[in-house]
Ligand binder design. Structure first.
Ligand code: BG6
Length: 458
């Protein structure tokens, strides 16, 4: 059956500055935590490939935009590097201004809408040295950066987001060791989460004050539908808490203007209440988002926790993962493939979050060793085509039932650098040859995507 998407649907791709730009310390850019971490411990990074060796878009952006156009993208979501725009947090880097203005202008001239995010896990090192998101000062530093970006680029960029997946820098940096500063401390994690929320709110406030004409602002959340193992009250309660921490902790305040009461209560009961400032509550209520970005890769499946030992050390105190026996898995990244989760997310946003306009800001499939599927010099990534198509089918169904989804962005356009995993799992519609001047070559999926974007469906 034909599946045609709404008029002016965005057929896009997503990426981020630290994962694609390269030129990590060039033209005045200061180090982010990733640049510094790599300098200190390169052996932590897959094949010792660090952020300075990412796909070189700083130099190749014109070619990239040409390829985006060639594969039929009408929108592109990426980010600005805070450390490039304001290397010391205060002084404007005019080379960064020229680079981003040229890049965004190139996109606009190619008929590609830039959707620009401000923070993709790339905390400036100068700020991390002072305590990063644990410090209230970080909130105002971020608001100043956001305001600077709106002032410098607001004539070109109309669609903005503040953060990509705030739960990830909280969880991986303060409840795990995959992001700097690699500490495990639930109380500090909660404070980092609260300051991230306030930084988002103050950036929205700055956006409204700068008053970009026809501009809209949102946030990108990694939302996973969360399924309980059974109907048992213990498993249901685990589902409730996992949802409270992983979904509602950000989704409720940014859309509804309220931190959930249940979250405040559970934090208080466990001695985890963060420090707040007078007036914060009012700001949260006042500065809600215009649209939501949703990154969806896989669902979370939970059951009741085992051996709860107080004090709670992480959300794992309240819920524990479990292996769903019917799970389909992407063996490379180890993530579950569950396209129906896209439909469940869409319905929840429609029913519980005022049917706020939203778009898929990331969805994609990382595969290791794709070169072995090359035929006639093109990687035959039928698995990626099948993955994207299945997710689009569920998305289409939700839209047909009234969900206000306005676009789909695949992760990602060209193979890009993936944090500690480097270039291990490739996600791109274009292959990037790391041994040969970052040459880009189309994979089969890029031809397929061109077809569906030109037909506005399939
Ligand atoms: C998203 C992030 O969570 O997943 C991206 O926003 C990331 O930055 C992507 O690259 C894929 O995950 P990974 O860890 O395989 O790179």
């Amino acid at each position: 059956m034909e599946k045609i998407f709404p008029e002016s649907f965005l057929w896009g791709a997503a990426a981020s500055a630290p994962q694609t730009e390269g030129a990590a310390l060039i033209d005045g850019k200061s180090p982010s935590t990733w640049d510094k971490w790599y300098e200190l411990e390169p052996q932590q990074f897959f094949n010792q490939i660090g952020p300075k060796d990412t796909s070189n878009t700083y130099y190749l952006y014109k070619e990239d935009v040409r390829l985006m156009k060639e594969m039929g993208l009408n929108s592109y979501r990426t980010s600005i590097a805070w450390t490039r725009l304001l290397p010391d947090g205060q002084t404007l880097n005019t080379k960064a201004v020229s680079f981003y203005r040229n890049y965004f202008t190139e996109m606009l001239q190619a008929g590609i809408k830039p959707i620009i995010n401000l923070f993709h896990f790339d905390m400036p090192w100068w700020l991390m040295e002072k305590g990063g998101w644990e410090m209230r000062e970080a909130v105002d530093a971020f608001a100043f950066y956001a305001q600077t970006a709106f002032e410098q680029f607001g004539d070109l960029v109309k669609d903005w987001t503040t953060f990509n997946e705030p739960m990830v820098h909280i969880e991986c940096g303060y409840l795990g060791e995959a992001h700097y500063p690699k500490v495990i401390d639930f109380k500090r994690a909660i404070q980092v989460g609260y300051h991230t929320l306030m930084a988002h709110v103050k950036a929205v406030q700055a956006f409204r004050q700068v008053g970009i004409s026809k501009g809209k602002i949102g946030i990108i959340l990694n939302l996973s539908p969360i399924y309980a193992k059974s109907q048992n009250p213990e498993d249901q309660q685990a589902q409730f808490y996992a949802d409270l921490f992983y979904t509602r902790s950000f989704l409720d305040p940014v859309v509804k203007g309220e931190i959930p009461l249940e979250l405040k209560n559970v934090l208080q009961e466990h001695g985890l209440t963060p420090k707040t400032n007078a007036g914060d509550k009012e700001l949260i209520r006042q500065y809600k988002i215009d649209f939501l970005g949703v990154n969806y890769y896989q669902p979370l499946r939970v059951q009741a926790p085992k051996n709860q030992v107080f004090p709670a050390k992480s959300p794992g105190y309240f819920a524990r993962g479990y292996n769903w026996p019917e799970k389909r898995i992407n063996p490379h990244r180890g993530w579950e493939i569950y396209p129906a989760g896209m439909y469940d997310l869409a319905k929840r946003i429609q029913q519980e979050y005022d049917n706020i306009p939203w778009y898929v800001s990331e969805n994609g499939m990382g595969v290791e060793g794709e070169e072995k599927f090359t035929k006639n010099q093109v990687i035959q990534d039928q698995y990626r085509i099948a993955f994207v198509k299945e997710h689009l089918e569920y998305l289409h169904q939700a839209i047909a039932e009234g969900s206000h989804c306005f676009g789909y962005h695949v992760w990602t356009f060209i193979d890009c650098w993936s944090w500690l995993n480097g270039y291990k799992n490739r996600y791109g519609f274009y292959q990037v040859d790391l041994d040969n001047q970052f040459i880009r070559k189309p994979k089969l999926s890029s031809f397929w995507f061109k077809k569906i974007s030109s037909q506005n469906g399939f």
